[in-house]
Write a protein that binds this ligand. Structure first.
Ligand code: NAD
Length: 324
């Protein structure tokens, strides 16, 4: 099997690549992997250094918006797994243009290349943020939930999702969509809450907690997220959407307390800052579909996964020092 992975030098994409080339997904065993990545601030070749000598692993530095390059890269591919994106909500609030370019036009460019070259399957990696925001009593989202994105990031991902489904319906492109929840683990650029707070606390700096700290996220370990994607890549039905959740709902305040404890710090290290504009209150995922049809279960217990993540940042602190 030949797989093209876009964004394979970023946080989640690089985990998927490392796991795939180490044959940790029985469904994808023996696959040859080609990574396409533009190496933006969020992507690093070093994220693949532990597998860099693996047979069958190739790296192309390139932009997914380059349809000609993508068509060449896709020739002969059985599977495309599309992670590449601008992924940070705060950056999309500061400026949305790059989000539309990469997430919408980039996805459209890949879909065009995939249609032209007759790729076997196209897995689009999306997010729970496309569903909008829930209140405390709201029922976890199923895949039937209407799209109601709030941030420019979420709107760009929802637009891409619709384009993926449009290429399926219009051109018959075999596609699957995954919608993952808030993901944590090693190798994440320190701008989102877990790696930012860990890196700052390791550097002896205070951490900025938005608003009242009561915003709730459904936490998912990167290993579970990628296993869910591998299951969908191997067994997902064409044209279908699969939620991938972790099942641990936590407020940002509770998450911050756990991080402080793991790093031996107290609440004096927390600085309350003005809330993020349009901050979604709560995300929660119903994962019945992927569990019943593909046997997915989150396997990483949250406290263990978080402690291991903190440990990883402690051991790799020099890599992230400047960004913290
Ligand atoms: P990331 O920001 O860590 O990595 C994104 C990667 O894409 C980087 O390596 C970057 O260099 C590459 N990239 C960006 N623009 C590109 C372009 N134009 N051409 C080629 N490569 C480009 O992101 P992540 O957190 O690993 O997220 C991966 C995917 O998963 C994204 O599509 C994101 O929307 C989705 N997702 C993320 C989360 C999360 O919590 N991080 C949750 C659900 C879904």
């Amino acid at each position: 099997m030949r797989i093209l992975v876009t964004g394979g030098a970023g946080f989640i994409g690089s985990h998927f690549v490392r796991q795939t080339v180490q044959n940790n997904y029985p469904e994808l065993a023996g696959a040859e992997v080609t990574v396409v990545d533009k190496l933006t601030y969020a992507g690093r070749r070093e994220n693949l250094s532990t597998v860099s000598g693996s047979p069958g692993l190739r790296f192309i530095e390139g932009d997914i918006c380059d349809t000609q390059l993508m068509s060449e890269a896709m020739r002969g591919m059985d599977l495309v797994v599309h992670f590449a994106a601008e992924s940070h909500v705060d950056r999309s609030i500061a400026g949305a243009e790059e989000f539309v370019r990469t997430n919408v036009l980039g996805t459209q460019s890949l879909l065009t290349a995939a249609s032209n070259t007759g790729v076997g399957k196209f897995v689009h990696v999306s997010t729970d943020e496309v569903y909008g925001s829930l209140d405390a009593e709201g029922k976890p989202w199923t895949e039937e939930e209407p799209l109601a994105p709030n941030s420019p990031y979420a709107a760009s991902k929802a637009s891409a999702d619709l384009m993926v489904l449009a290429f399926h319906r219009t051109h018959g492109l075999p596609v699957c969509l995954t919608r993952g929840s808030n993901t944590y683990g090693p190798y994440q650029y320190p701008e989102k809450i877990v790696p930012l707070f860990v890196s700052r606390l390791l550097a002896g700096k205070k951490v900025p907690l938005y608003g009242d700290g009561e915003n709730v996220r459904d936490w998912l370990h990167v290993d579970d997220h990628c296993r869910g994607i591998a299951l969908v890549a191997a067994g997902g039905e064409s044209g279908e959407i699969y939620n991938v959740g972790g099942g641990t709902e936590l407020t940002n305040r509770a998450l911050t307390e756990r991080l402080l404890e793991l790093l031996g710090r107290d609440s004096s290290m927390v600085e309350r800052v003005a809330d993020r504009k349009g901050h979604d209150r709560r995300y929660a995922m119903d994962i019945t579909k992927i569990s019943d049809t593909l046997g997915y279960r989150p396997a990483v217990e949250f406290d263990e996964g978080l402690a291991a993540t903190v440990d990883w940042y402690r051991r790799h602190h020099s890599l992230w020092e400047d960004a913290a």
